[in-house]
Design a protein around this ligand. Structure first.
Ligand code: PLP
Length: 433
């Protein structure tokens, strides 16, 4: 039922948003269908960022709700410390079946940070058990976001989000990412020289390869402002990691499950990691679920007799939850059966063309970036928050950044809906710039 008086939100902390300001103009979403969501006041918005890059399949899919209800009726919880369940086993098989042969082992969690945190722990424990106990350092890129837990945030480098909690654990080294501004090579008139890759090599060498456990990277950096690297960057990084004996971890929390117009971002950037962390879109938002996929050569160090104690010492209460896994498997089948990855590629390309059209006669727009259904509109001035607010006032939800907005609607978006989104972005920019 549509409510008229604004509900009291003062008891609830909302992520990263000042409670007072939120209460003045709350967004309280009640229902969703396709790419649209409706709030308790009856206002409908286009969900231009898929929740948070999560609702890949669209809202209101009854068959996924039915899967959750059916599984909860059968058994809703199994203790992850001493048991598993058929749904977790099925989902593990499904994930192994849709990824390259090297991935042999899966571990489930319930959020992206748990997955990246575990990937870092796994890399450290791996080297202890592979005869290199001094390899513990993690190299990551400035302006990355890998999650809110201790190690995940230590690897992240969004200054504003970290500053409140410093200092972080030692052993985390940051390098400049392939993202403007910052990369000297990217600013050169003659274009990219992959100096950002040299920086990673320098970090490995200067820290000493015998102390470096892993490099962690998002295939497409989202929080830094939707930056797609040069096509040679990730193949080069893969080669570097192999040459120096360093594990490569991909944070595919956003790029996994079709967002880039490929099933995984790894496919898009032309290199596969030793540990692949995924979340968000794995369940399409219909259940809290995340996972790490582990390459066989890493996983085998965790396979031994009970007295060897080589099992992975990490786990969480809701990891491998039967409801989450049942929904995850159904969501992946839905993604594949409805060919939504190809749709994300095609309609995402159309959306980018339309955004470039509107950029052509709007000098405030510096650039349209991204790939698949993961796009960013960058501005010359820090007007991202104002543009996102103007878009919301016109019925479109976007991801605000300081000088950019993220545009990432569900993968089921049609060309007409993409046109509608681009027109609303244009109107929002016109209102602000
Ligand atoms: N990694 C990336 C690239 C993310 O964007 C996020 C969250 O937005 C995370 C990790 C953390 O995921 P979660 O918020 O589910 O813990």
């Amino acid at each position: 039922m549509v409510q008229q008086a604004p509900p009291d939100t003062s008891r609830l902390m909302v992520d990263f948003v000042q409670m007072k300001g939120f209460g003045d103009d709350p967004l309280i979403l009640e229902r969703g269908e396709g790419i649209r969501v409706t709030d308790v006041f009856g206002t409908t918005y286009i969900d231009g960022l898929s929740g948070v890059f999560t609702v890949n399949l669209g809202h209101g899919i009854a068959e996924l709700a039915d899967v959750a209800a059916e599984q909860a009726r059968q058994i809703a919880f199994t203790a992850p410390t001493m048991a598993t369940n058929p749904r977790a086993l099925e989902l593990a098989e499904l994930l192994i079946g849709i990824t390259p042969e090297q991935y042999s082992t899966v571990k489930f969690f319930s959020g992206g940070s748990e997955a990246t945190e575990a990937a870092i722990k796994l890399a450290r424990q791996y080297w202890q058990q592979a005869g290199h106990p001094r390899k513990y350092k993690i190299i990551s890129r400035y302006r990355a976001y890998h999650g809110g837990t201790g190690f995940a945030m230590a690897a992240s480098a969004q200054t504003e989000w970290k500053a409140k909690f410093e200092p972080f654990a030692p052993g985390f080294v940051h390098v400049t990412p392939p993202a403007r501004p910052g990369c000297a090579a990217c600013r050169r008139a003659d274009g990219c020289t992959l100096a950002c890759l040299d920086l990673i090599e320098e970090a490995i060498v200067n820290e000493h390869p015998e102390s470096v456990a892993a490099v962690i990277a998002e295939p497409v950096m989202l929080s830094a402002g939707v930056h797609v690297p040069h096509p040679d960057y990730f193949p080069g990084l893969r080669e570097l990691c192999d040459r120096y004996g360093v594990l490569l971890i991909f944070d595919e929390i956003i790029t996994g499950f079709g967002r880039t117009g490929r099933l995984f971002g790894a496919e898009r950037v032309g290199a596969w990691p030793d540990i692949l962390a995924c979340g968000k879109g794995i369940s399409g938002g219909y259940a809290p679920l995340s996972a790490i996929l582990i390459a066989d050569r890493v996983a085998e160090a965790f396979w031994g007799d009970p007295e060897q104690g080589v099992q992975f010492w990490a786990g969480h209460t809701f990891g491998g939850n039967p409801v989450a896994c049942a929904v995850g498997a159904a969501a992946i089948r839905y993604l594949l059966d409805h060919d939504l990855v190809a749709n994300a590629d095609a309609v995402g390309g159309h959306l980018a063309d339309r955004l470039r059209d509107i950029a052509a006669d709007r000098p405030a727009i510096a650039e349209v970036r991204g790939v698949g259904m993961l796009r960013g509109v960058a501005f010359h001035e820090p007007i991202g928050t104002a543009v996102a607010a103007a878009a919301r006032a016109r019925g479109l939800l976007l991801r605000p950044g300081a000088d950019w907005v993220g545009v990432a609607p569900p993968l089921c978006t049609t060309p007409d809906e993409a046109d509608e989104i681009a027109d609303l972005v244009a109107a929002a920019v016109d209102a602000v710039a």
